[in-house]
Design a binder for this molecule. Structure first.
Ligand SMILES: N[C@@H](CCC(=O)N[C@@H](CS)C(=O)NCC(=O)O)C(=O)O
Length: 331
């Protein structure tokens, strides 16, 4: 076997993120739907019951999209995934973290909060998991999927009480991206960067769901086109300098990453450190409560390590300061 195998699902943002990365890098790979037929093979390799799972040609199993990409980068360094300017490279990693950890919230919320979205996602998941079922079996599996996924809204903090801040963040994110992507194909210019992969993956899922998809078609055509482009991205130009990106990219860093993501992830990390099961923070002037999650605290730690490794921060720190992100990274 000389190709990488990606076990994933079309409705899994992290699976699609990794597949887009492999496509961009033109790494020979096979996309294997994580369905009943692939279960035995998947279970031979997976240490965690999660997709994506990448199996290397040598038979090594890789899981978790960010470490998967980091590992692959050591073998496939070109085309470069990050701008050469260390400040921009860090901002790109910051946007990836925001997409993976916060961007997943609106995605999961819209998908499992509203009935038409629940029905649509459960339908597609059930067909993907077991395409050979007859209609009765399919209807049953659809119910099983809904019974499993809807209660998970609590894990991401989606509830009638937090609906407004989550949806406000989605609308704000789209408004900002729409301006930023009006005249450029990717977040950092003429080629995709790590941040594109993390953020697009969540918004691509939103585009396939009835409620957020309709919002995107109505108010965010450039963002929608970017999510489609990111399914098989290609370099069409160079990365742009910060001065060119700043007018429309700083608002994403300031009004979403600094104002929403960091207050939320810091509150989560504090809860994990103190052993609290739940935490509350104020987002957009509204209370936001959810169960504390270990994984977010771990990935915040990785982000801080990445920040510490930037040797010359003379250009980066003033940007992070203006975005309201610096204090959280220095804690
Ligand atoms: N941090 C992980 C997250 C992976 C993840 O949460 N995968 C979801 C699908 S998007 C999953 O496999 N969930 C298991 C399940 O639904 O049973 C990554 O970046 O790969």
């Amino acid at each position: 076997m000389s190709v990488y195998r990606i076990f994933g699902m079309e409705l899994s943002p992290y699976s699609v993120k990794v597949r887009s990365y492999f496509r961009y890098k033109q790494i020979p790979h096979e996309w294997i739907v994580r369905d009943v037929a692939s279960t035995a093979e998947y279970e031979r390799y997976a240490k965690l019951p999660l997709v994506p799972l990448v199996v290397t040609p040598e038979g090594t199993a890789l899981q978790d999209s960010t470490p998967i990409i980091e590992t692959m980068e050591t073998h496939f360094p070109t085309p470069s995934l990050q701008p050469s300017d260390p400040a921009l490279a860090f901002l790109s990693a910051l946007i990836e973290e925001y997409g993976d950890e916060w961007g997943n919230k609106p995605m999961f919320h819209y998908r499992w909060f509203y009935e038409p979205d629940q029905a649509s996602a459960a339908e597609r998941l059930a067909r993907g998991m077991n395409p050979g079922l007859d209609e009765e079996g399919h209807a049953q599996l659809k119910q099983v999927v809904m019974a499993r996924m809807i209660p998970r809204l609590a894990f991401v903090g989606s509830s009638p009480a937090t609906r407004e801040p989550i949806e406000a963040s989605f609308h704000r994110q789209l408004g900002i991206l729409e301006r930023h992507l009006a005249n450029r194909p990717y977040l950092f210019g003429g080629r995709p960067a790590l941040g594109d992969f993390g953020l697009f993956a969540q918004l691509h899922q939103c585009a396939t769901d009835p409620t957020p998809g309709a919002i995107m078609r109505q108010k965010a055509p450039a963002t929608l086109a970017w999510t489609e482009r990111m399914l098989a991205p290609r370099a069409t130009g160079d990365f742009e300098p910060w001065e060119a990106l700043e007018p429309t990219l700083l608002p994403l860093l300031r009004d979403e990453v600094g104002a929403v993501f960091f207050p939320w992830t810091l509150a989560n990390a504090q809860a994990i450190a103190s052993g609290a099961k739940q935490f509350s923070c104020t987002l957009d002037g509204r209370p936001f409560t959810q169960e504390a999650q270990k994984y977010h605290a771990k990935s915040l730690g990785w982000l801080r390590d990445r920040y510490t490794k930037v040797t010359d921060r003379s250009r980066l720190d003033p940007i992070l300061e203006r975005a309201g992100c610096l204090a959280a990274l220095r804690l």
